[in-house]
Design a protein around this ligand. Sequence first.
Ligand SMILES: *[C@@H]1O[C@H](CO)[C@@H](O)[C@H](O)[C@H]1NC(C)=O
Ligand SMILES: *[C@@H]1O[C@H](CO)[C@@H](O)[C@H](O)[C@H]1NC(C)=O
Ligand SMILES: *[C@@H]1O[C@H](CO)[C@@H](O)[C@H](O)[C@H]1NC(C)=O
Length: 184
Amino acid sequence: MGARNSIVLFFFMLFALSSASPRHKNKYKPCKHLVLYFHETVYNGTNAADATSAIVAAPQGANLTILAPQNYFGNIVIFNDPITLDNNIHSKPVGRAQGFYLYDRKDTITAWFGFSFILNSTDYQGSINFIGPNPVFEKTRDISVVGGSGDFFMHRGIATLTTDAFEGKYFFSLRVDIKFYECW
Ligand SMILES: *[C@@H]1O[C@H](CO)[C@@H](O)[C@H](O)[C@H]1NC(C)=O
Ligand SMILES: *[C@@H]1O[C@H](CO)[C@@H](O)[C@H](O)[C@H]1NC(C)=O
Ligand SMILES: *[C@@H]1O[C@H](CO)[C@@H](O)[C@H](O)[C@H]1NC(C)=O
């Protein structure tokens, strides 16, 4: 192949690459937006009636009712928490937040979350699936909304988590600001 042909080929490939790059329709404008809250009470050995989550794994020698000594590193928690439309834990639930998180740093408290919102209300029916890290000392944390079902069929986006309230180590409420950038 001559030098001129290679140059033509090079520009052709460059053009093909640039036209193949994804077009971001409505780049920064969500197609759907909702804000929900969920509330968690971790089982601590004496609150079985109220607890909505349980520590199911702990490092060797640690206890399943007490979060592990080094910033909870090694604990895995399974939860089934009520979801509400406002930050009042006593409001009528519109669904359940179900999944788990695992504490994965020794030097600070951060948990990796994988969970679903299963919504069953007059406004929304269906599930929304989330994954991502939750470094709890950051004011806001963005996690991925990877998909959904029902009213959220083929939806994707970003959820911003904020700690709305906490009491000691065993109770917290999270505000979840969900922005979908892909709807269906
Ligand atoms: C567990 O939580 C309950 C309710 O918040 C509290 O009354 C109790 O003192 C706690 N028990 C321990 C061992 O921390
Ligand atoms: C966990 O720690 C609590 C408080 O020290 C204790 O009462 C309980 O027996 C321990 N549980 C286990 C399984 O070691
Ligand atoms: C959804 O809510 C309705 C009405 O309260 C109830 O009958 C139904 O069992 C619920 N479905 C699920 C999957 O929880």
